[in-house]
Ligand binder design. Structure first.
Ligand code: PGA
Length: 253
């Protein structure tokens, strides 16, 4: 299995100048040469180029928050996988619950995006997670299994090492209610089991990361949890000091 991941999802925040400042602060404060984590910055589309210029030739890498499945054509408002590669992007978040819930993104769309991203050489971070209602009704295991199976339906074994699954319970995102060790462990076991069912031994190469109200105070228990191979951080990645503290604490666990 590759290094653990720390992914900074800036969502629809920061102007270009803010992104520039934040990226420079992160680069100045972390010592990329000794990083034991793979760190990925995921700015809004309009800020990707400026972030890329700063982190090019460093150990930090660039991700996008979404992609379309076609490569070019009459798709007003969409961005293609090739366009992302063209600006130095190597990762892409897919199926984030904010896209599923607010913009109505479906399992089928996520599946098409995963295939298109892989075909273009992008590494998809596929987000899955149950709502509070689904959890309270005991549906969480089925929701996770369905989302994983659907998203990876067209993926074959040669590509699995390029896939990351992010378990992000919807009730934990942006709420301050991060999941407990036990909740994370159970969900990650469920996902791992599904991946083994789909890809056999090769599933060992798929990293499963946790996201949902991760911050410098809870990063250590999150990363110490069994079967957790990194984290997806939203709010706490928008502040340079908090994000650096989080990376340092992650390294000290
Ligand atoms: P949060 O967001 O850390 O602000 O909860 C995580 C995410 O949605 O990726």
């Amino acid at each position: 299995m590759s290094k653990s991941l720390i992914i900074a999802n800036w969502k629809m925040n920061l102007l270009r100048s803010d992104s520039e400042l934040l990226t420079k602060s992160i680069l100045n404060m972390v010592n990329p040469g000794v990083l034991q984590f793979e760190i990925v910055l995921v700015p809004p589309f309009t800020n990707m180029e400026i972030v890329h210029r700063i982190i090019d030739h460093t150990d930090l890498s660039l991700g996008a928050q979404n992609v379309f499945w076609e490569d070019s054509g009459a798709y007003t408002g969409e961005i293609s996988p090739t366009m992302l590669r063209d600006i130095g992007c190597s990762w892409v978040l897919l199926g984030h619950s904010e896209r599923r819930q607010i913009l109505g993104e479906t399992d089928f769309e996520v599946r098409r995006k995963v295939s298109a991203a892989l075909a273009a050489g992008l590494k998809p971070i596929v987000c899955v997670g149950e709502t509070l209602l689904q959890r309270n009704k005991g549906m969480a295991p089925n929701v996770l299994r369905r989302q994983v199976e659907s998203a990876l339906q067209d993926v074959n074994n040669e590509n699995v090492q390029n896939i990351v699954i992010a378990y992000e319970p919807v009730w934990a995102i942006g709420t301050g209610n991060n999941a407990s060790v036990q909740e994370i462990e159970v969900a990650h076991d469920e996902i791992r089991d599904k991946l083994i069912g789909l890809f056999g031994k090769d599933a060992d190469n798929i990293r499963i990361i946790y996201g949902g109200s991760v911050n410098p105070d809870n990063i250590q228990y999150v990363l110490s949890t069994k079967n957790v191979n990194g984290t997806l951080v939203g709010g706490a990645s928008l502040d340079a000091d908090a994000f650096i503290q989080l990376i340092e604490k992650a390294g000290a666990k």
